[in-house]
Design a protein around this ligand. Structure first.
Ligand code: B12
Ligand code: SF4
Length: 466
């Protein structure tokens, strides 16, 4: 069976092949299916206008569309247009997994919920008459006019059983990503899942159960990414990189042995101490993204962040001593967030700024489906299924480079502020805008310090360069 995977058009281009598609293509091929990718979010991809023609040209038997919440309207439009060609359509990804009924109501024949390296090849087999739809765990479909949701599929426990994503890069059209990236992913996964339970987090696919690749497998992928694909600087896309100290010791040892890799990752501050940071640094880690989200202790408890402001400041200090870059992630616009709590976040920024590398761009809370926060508040604030009813949030793209102009442009505005999901007062909205301004201000100061040599520079691309 010939399967074409589609990333729908996005407000902001995605400059590298979607790693999830690389895993899925490899899994389909391992079962004897053909697979290709049409990336309408790529900078030089077909976009919305030429998407149907680009898919049609590949003569697919099955088309799979990746659905994220912020791009859901574009995904459903693409499904409706492709449906007119008479091809079978399957949805997957975070939003489709959270809202399978909605996807079936918008033109899809099937939805595969959760990780799909097993279920997508099962579906292709079944459509060829090798296997039954009724046996595919994680499948949702329309059966005699009714939506049927088969039991969830347990995600892979041993990630090393998953096929090699780097073997699938020829399925992407390298030209769509421009000359600079020649179609290589910007990152790898050493693990999936996060044991923390932040109420706002939309990692409903990879979930709460932490699973990992062996250090040997990760080191092998790093070696090939660096040497064969000449991408010495990359990110680990893991939800929470530094889980389990003995694991980190073995993993970092294996990556260090590869040599010449420069990488960043996202880690929960509770898993970081000086020794762990030093191990990571020796293995090539140049920077860590750290979530703190609020400077107010009560808000941190309400979010379920599982960390204190003091701990985060300590982690920043260790990282600074080691010369590692940090990105401090703060969010605003929490339900019932008071002026005093916003002031606490502003005060935290002042304390963190001398220790931090940079702050995150934007940061106004958006309630994603399947999060505890959405479930608890959508009726009270009247934003039920906002992604279908409201115009897509018109974000300014992330900074394309670490230049002052780019940072100012991307940091100083956040389209979600005007959306005001949680009915904040004008005074609180003004304080939120001030938080965005302060994060931009200190980030710009850090960039100026890189430029004049008074602070170590970063070895990784800006967020928007991924
Ligand atoms: C790395 C990453 C990125 C990178 C991707 C780089 C690349 N070239 O791959 C970049 C920086 C580009 C990015 C951008 C965005 N991201 Co992002 N990103 C991630 C992150 C951290 C890891 C993604 C990943 O590789 N996961 C591991 C793989 C194995 O899981 P997966 O992607 O879900 O794919 C599996 C299944 O979903 C399924 N599947 C996926 N696609 C399909 C398609 C079909 C047809 C089928 C059947 C199955 C299927 O099978 C896959 C393999 O098992 C996730 C967090 C997370 N836990 O996933 C956030 C995450 C996916 N991102 C998120 C968001 C919001 C965004 C942005 C909208 C942010 C923004 N405001 O711009 C953009 C959208 C870009 C776009 N148009 O796709 C949210 C999505 C939430 C939601 N409900 O939509 C997540 C979950 C973060 C979070 N916790 O909130 N992101
Ligand atoms: S620590 Fe990060 S990945 Fe884990 S639940 Fe919280 S926000 Fe999500």
């Amino acid at each position: 069976m010939r399967v074409v995977l589609v990333l729908p058009p996005a407000v902001e281009p995605v400059k590298t092949p979607l790693l999830a598609f690389a895993y899925l293509v490899a899994a389909l091929r391992a079962r004897g299916h053909e697979a290709r990718v049409v990336d309408a979010a790529a900078p030089a991809g077909p976009g919305a206008n030429r998407l149907c023609a680009a898919v049609n040209r590949l003569e697919p038997d099955l088309v799979g569309i990746h659905v994220k919440t912020l791009e859901v309207q574009a995904a459903y439009r693409a499904a409706q247009e492709l449906g007119r060609l008479g091809v079978k359509l399957v949805a997957g990804g975070p939003h489709a997994s959270a809202c399978p009924d909605e996807a079936l109501d918008h033109g899809f024949d099937f939805v595969l919920r959760g990780e799909a390296e097993g279920s997508l090849p099962d579906l292709a087999d079944a459509l060829e008459g090798r296997g039954e739809l009724g046996g595919i765990h994680g499948l949702s479909f329309v059966d005699h006019g009714l939506h049927r949701h088969l039991p969830a599929r347990a995600p892979a426990n041993d990630l090393d059983t998953l096929p090699d994503p780097l073997s699938a890069l020829d399925a992407f059209d390298a030209a769509a990503y421009g000359a600079a990236d020649v179609g290589v992913p910007a990152g790898l996964l050493a693990s999936r899942g996060c044991p923390a339970a932040c109420t706002f987090c939309a990692n409903n696919v990879t979930g709460r159960r932490f699973r990992c690749h062996s250090p040997e497998r990760v080191a092998d992928e790093v070696r090939r990414l660096v040497r064969d694909y000449r991408r010495p600087a990359f990110s680990f896309f893991d939800d929470s990189f530094a889980v389990g100290r003995p694991r980190i010791e073995r993993l970092c040892g294996a990556i260090e042995a590869v040599g010449s890799a420069h990488w960043t990752c996202t880690a929960h501050p509770a898993h970081l101490d000086r020794d762990v940071l030093a191990l990571m640094q020796r293995a090539g880690c140049g920077g860590v993204d750290i979530g703190i989200e609020s400077g107010d202790p009560d808000m941190l408890a309400a979010i379920g962040k599982g960390v204190t402001t003091e701990r985060v400041l300590q982690v920043l200090e260790w990282a600074q001593e080691l010369g590692m870059h940090t990105v401090v992630n703060l969010m605003v616009g929490w339900p019932d967030e008071s002026e005093a709590q916003l002031q606490a976040t502003l005060a935290f920024i002042e304390r963190a700024a001398p220790l931090a590398g940079t702050f995150n761009a934007r940061g106004v809370l958006v309630p994603h489906p399947a999060t505890e926060l959405y479930q608890r508040h959508h009726q009270r604030f009247g934003f039920t299924e906002w992604w279908l009813h409201d115009a897509p949030i018109a974000y300014e793209p992330f900074p394309q480079t670490w230049s002052p102009d780019e940072v100012q442009r991307a940091y100083a505005s956040d389209a979600a502020l005007e959306r005001n999901f949680f009915h904040h007062s004008p005074r609180r909205l003004a304080l939120m805008a001030e938080v965005l301004e302060r994060k931009a201000y200190y980030t710009l100061r850090r960039i100026a310090a890189w430029a004049d040599g008074s602070a170590p520079g970063v070895t990784v691309p800006a967020a928007g360069a991924r």
